[in-house]
Every structure is written in C-alpha cells, then in structure tokens.
Design a protein around this ligand. Sequence first.
Ligand code: FAD
Length: 441
Amino acid sequence: MQMMMEYPQYRMLEGSETLYAIEGPRHAIEFQPLGSNQWMMHAHFASDYPRFVWMQELLLKAAQARAVSKEEFVDLVNAREVHEPLACLGRFNASEAHEALRFETNVELQALTTFGVSSISRHHVLVGSDEDIREALKAAKQNDWEVLIVGGGSNVLMHSDWEGLTLQQGIKGIQVLSDDGNRVEVLVGAGESWHDWVLHAVEQGWNGIENLALIPGSVGASPMQNIGAYGVEVKDCFLWLEAVHQQTGELRRFDHNACEFGYRESIFKQREKDEWVIVRVAFVLERNAPLRMEYGAIQSELKHLQHHEIAHKNVMEAVMRIRRSKLPDPALMGNAGSFFKNPILDERAFEAVLSNHPEVVHYTLEDGTFKLAAGWLIEQAGWKGQRRGNCGVHERQALVLVNYGGASGQEIWQLALDIIEDVKVKFGVELQPEVNQIRTS
Ligand SMILES: Cc1cc2nc3c(=O)[nH]c(=O)nc-3n(C[C@H](O)[C@H](O)[C@H](O)COP(=O)(O)OP(=O)(O)OC[C@H]3O[C@@H](n4cnc5c(N)ncnc54)[C@H](O)[C@@H]3O)c2cc1C
C-alpha cells in the first residue's frame, strides 16, 4: 500500500490546526500555528524507526489526522503568514503565487546539450520546485510521455528526437545547514551550476571540492555518475541527496551508502535508473580540508609557490588552467568530456593484456584490480585526432569525441562503436561509454 501511495499527502492533526504535507514515507513538512496569524514550519525526516512509525500513523490512521485535499491545504496555509520559511522549502511559502508550468512543444535541444547535436524534444518544461516536478510528472503520466531529466546536458548524446517530455532541472538555492567553525554542511539546489557552486564554496572558504572545478553541468547530476577529477570524487564530500520518485511523487533522502557510489557510477545509473529526479544535494566541506595535490600536473602548475603558501584557491585555479589547456571548450567544439570510462580489469584479465602489451598504461587500485587508461588504448589503436565526416576524436585528448559541427547523434555513436570494436580486437578490452546514450524507447 505504501508503495502505491501518491505523494504529497495532506493531513490536519485532529483536535489541533497543525497541518502536514507528507512528501514520502519518511518526509513531512509541518505547519504549526503560531498565535492567530502565523505558521511555524518544521521539516521532519524520519531517519529512525519511532519517527517512521509516527509518520506512518499520520498517513494511515484517520483517527489521528484527517486527510485534506491539496486545495484545502493551500487555502489553510494561505490564511496565515509563514514565520521564517525554511529556505529549502520555499515552495510552501503560500504567499508566493505558484506560477503555472509552461510546457513548450518541439524544442530544439542542440543548445541545451554540450555535444550540440540536433534533437527535437516534443514537450519541454523548466521546473523550479518539487511541486513543479510532481506536476510535470503527472502531466507526463496522463499523456503517456516518456520523461528525460536534463541538467546541463554535458553528459548525454541524443541519438534521435525525444518523443516524450524533457524536464529541465531549475531548482536553485544554497543553504548552510550547520557550521561548527571548520565543518560546514551545505544544501544546494539541483539546478545550480556545478562550477558556480565550486567557485562559491571556495570563495567562502568551504574546501574539499576545489579539484572538481570547471566540470560542466548541474549540481543535481553530480552524484549520478559520481563526478571526479584530479584525485577527488563527489562522493568524498557528499552527505545526502533528496529525490522525487517519478511514479509516486515520493520525496526520499539517499545517504552516502544508499547512493552506491562507484567509479563514474551510482545507484541512479544502475538499479534505480530513470526512477528519481534529484532535487537537492547536501555536501560536507571543511575549512581545514587537506590540499589534494597528488597529480603531477597540479604540482607543476604550483611549483613557483612554497607548500605553506598554497591555498585551496590556488589548487582550484591550477585545475582550471590545466583543464582549459587540455580539454576542448564545448562552447567552441561540441563534446561531452570523456566519452569512455577507463576500463577496470581483474588480475587475470589484466595479465592477459600485459603479456601482449607490456607498456600498457595502468594504475593498480586498492582492491587489487587494475585501471587501464582508455585514452592510451584509443591512441595506440590509432584513433587520436582522426576525423570522420562531422565528428572525430580530439587531437589532444583521445578520450574525447567531438562534433565539428552538424554531426548527428547516430554519426557520433557509430564512431564510438567502431572505436570500441577496434580496441577490443587490438587489446582484448571492451570500452564502456561514460556518456549517457539517450534514445526514446
Ligand atoms: C568538457 C567536459 C568536461 C567534463 N569533465 C568531466 C570530469 O572531469 N569528470 C566527470 O565526472 N565528468 C566530466 N564531464 C561530464 C559531465 O560534465 C558530468 O557528468 C556532469 O555531472 C553532467 O551534468 P549535467 O547536469 O550536464 O547532466 P546531463 O548531461 O544533463 O545529464 C546526465 C544524466 O543525468 C540525468 N540527470 C541530470 N540531472 C538529473 C537530476 N536532477 N535528477 C535525475 N537525473 C538527472 C540525465 O537524465 C542524464 O541521464 C565533462 C563534460 C564535458 C562536456
């Protein structure tokens, strides 16, 4: 029964005027009367069993709480002012009129994705709140539209037009949850730009993500593939995220374990693929975070400084300079960063590669497996700098496929398939794409 219930559910506590918007089996926003004309808002997250039972009782036991319709709920909330609205829950600040969603038709996604291939989305909507998302998902259900979430479009290759609904994530906001002078917990809206968030954090002295500067895309997509660069991954400073279920509208909190992070992986690319819309991400950063300078390129960028002179901001700026010199700017040449993941092999498979190619570039991982440099494999196979029609392999970075202008998704994908096949024949290693391949089913 719980699984089939649609969220949010609205309740009024019997014998009192307290209202609850229940957003999932473990989430509720409480509106508690404060005097005669104000509400005090509280966000409840039932992380332990007693609170879970309490929330279930609110949901399921009519004797304790009466179900109210959304319209009645909104009217009741509107009848009073909200005293100090919760920043991250501003959508329930009833004084702000909720603007109707604007569904557009036949929207060209070319400019919304960094590969820049042409793809028409039959229906498109920009969402700015959880409520918007639920409304958009409801419309998709009613009209039988398949849903595609779009952030910054920097990790997708559109294979064709999108026959359903593209839902563009626009939830904004940065809110400090706690700060003990060193450790800072910060909640960030999924629609914020990842790089702008990194700049903001480093500016505030909140450190830990400076090595991830200049990665394109949105904050909401960052846990999807556990973005990583220069020795740091998003999982290293991740606290939790909240996501809305595409079918039920339930809001759920995923902690670190629940996300099942791996190398360019998370549960959202695997078991729970296409199930959730990530709406906000909480990070934990530290003013005294250690500097991450294991990469030789960072060290040589900063060699003019004494170690004690190096601040997190210097590391960030070094990373930005390195990235600008190595990677094509999507504004000038369409691409989605590394097209392939670095293959990870067990000892037996690795020995097989090594016996034929003793020079293979690789790293030994802590768990005894071996990560091969996909860029090296592609370069050795002779693909670096190769152009085919309107697309090709970047001349300085063999991992990056580029659109010189006018390439179709199919054209780029065929190039990728040929590279995969060739590397398999030459090295016995099967490359996997890192970029999400998008096809309407
Ligand atoms: C030049 C360049 C360099 C790059 N460098 C790196 C790098 O160093 N390291 C790295 O890890 N990546 C890198 N990338 C890849 C990319 O920037 C990241 O994967 C980024 O996190 C994608 O974010 P996005 O918002 O653009 O996601 P999109 O491309 O919009 O979406 C990616 C996938 O996530 C889904 N999605 C997006 N937002 C949400 C959401 N809120 N809820 C649920 N699903 C969602 C989409 O449906 C899609 O399947 C690079 C890309 C480029 C173009």
